[in-house]
Write a new protein. Sequence first.
Length: 310
Amino acid sequence: MATLSPPTRRRLRTLGFLSPWLIGFSVFFAYPLIATVYFSFMHYNQIKEPTFVGLKNWRYVFEQMPLFGPALWNTLWLVVVMVALRVLFGLSLGLLVTKLKSGVGFFRTAFYIPYLAPPVAATVAFVFLLNPGSGPVNEILAKVGIDAPTWFNDPNWAKPSLVMLSLWGIGDLMVIFMAALLDVPKEQYEAAELDGAGAWAKFRYVTWPSITPIVMFAVVTGIVQTMQYYTQALVAGKVASGVNIGPGSVVQPGYPDHSTLTVPQLVYQMGFQNFNTGAACVLSLVLFAIAMAATLLLMRKRSGLLSAED
């Protein structure tokens, strides 16, 4: 029996350690991506064998699908506004909680608990709180003389209401930023104070450079998650519309006036309601391309900033 050479044994050992990642990458990323690209050039209704149609699905999505434009606009709007406000709000809460002298455990728990609520239950509760007819929020605003909007029933306020819902469950980012802020070396703050730095100077020159990688992590993961935004927008639209949803019922997403329609909802509608798998795959690839482009742009900008600092 031939004996393996040391380099070969090292390669096999390395491959063995990498095999869990390689299997997971192949099964859960590479194969689905290749299959999505393949079916984007096919006519496939999940029943008959797929047939090659070239760029027909791509032309249909970009030229003939009337809801693609509104869905893409809503998704990009949520990415820009929701991600920015979540990062800003989460960082602000993290700074607030880390600066408190007493009651830290109470406030940390109070801010984190909403994040633990199931998305569907949290969305239903939030829609009822903002109900224009009987919701307590509008009743309180009316008592102080404020003409409250109709929130999820108004196309102009539906997306801001979803942003408010996301800010309500900001506990995950708060905890992440708290960990990053507590990890900043206290010696740097002491040195800054000796140099006469104020609160803003310490944040700009000590805190911010230390937590920049965490901010980048929050932005990138926020973009990826918001590009897949589905459950909250769909549930909010259905509950606000007042439609009775029973077994077998199909409700068009995006209420009111397609203002809460996102591309993931369109993917589900095309793939599992209309059985147009090719168009659904095209939509999925568009989401993937935008998310990848945004991530690469942010990472490149981050690398440029680090090179400039060096």
